[in-house]
Design a protein around this ligand. Sequence first.
Ligand code: HEC
Length: 164
Amino acid sequence: MFACISCSKEDKNANNVSGGDQNLPAIAFIATQDGSPLLINNSLFDTPAAKEFLATGKNPYIGNAEAIESGKKLFQLYSCTQCHGGDAQGQTGPNLHGPDFHYAKNATNKGMFETIWHGTNGGMGAKGLGLMDPTDPSNGLKPDEILKIESWIRSHNPKLTGNE
Ligand code: HEC
């Protein structure tokens, strides 16, 4: 049993920088730009919701009123509104309500997380912690904050929770 867990763990953790909880099974993140492995330190997943997301790829904040409210504030705070509009309805950047996305993977919470964390090729910069501003490692969204933003974005389209 232990041997089994340990080999699948090694496999799945390969895309995550070590230093986090070694016993945590982790989903493997990939960049929206080119599908290459995306390295995110496990230790940044430091809330129960973020840990659950890291283990399952499901966002536990979907439908959670408090998370939706903070997600809305973060969407404003990080100027997402400037390009996507106050309701994420689309402005210079695309509408984020779905179900049609520039990148089909954004219909899932894991896919949208990767897009927000690491950006796209076509005008959407990385917003993940340490990636937003190369000169300031403390600038950017933590995984838990991205999950809250997602819960707010998804609240506009109850048919698409992203956890399907
Ligand atoms: C400077 C303008 C700008 C800002 C600020 C911005 N975005 Fe974007 N965003 C874009 C553009 C342009 C695209 C389309 C990119 C492409 O097609 O490659 C995009 C794409 C996206 C997508 C994928 C949409 C799809 O159809 O696949 C998501 C999700 C997203 N942005 C979320 C966010 C969030 C969350 C924030 C704030 C943390 C944010 N964006 C801030 C311009 C912006």
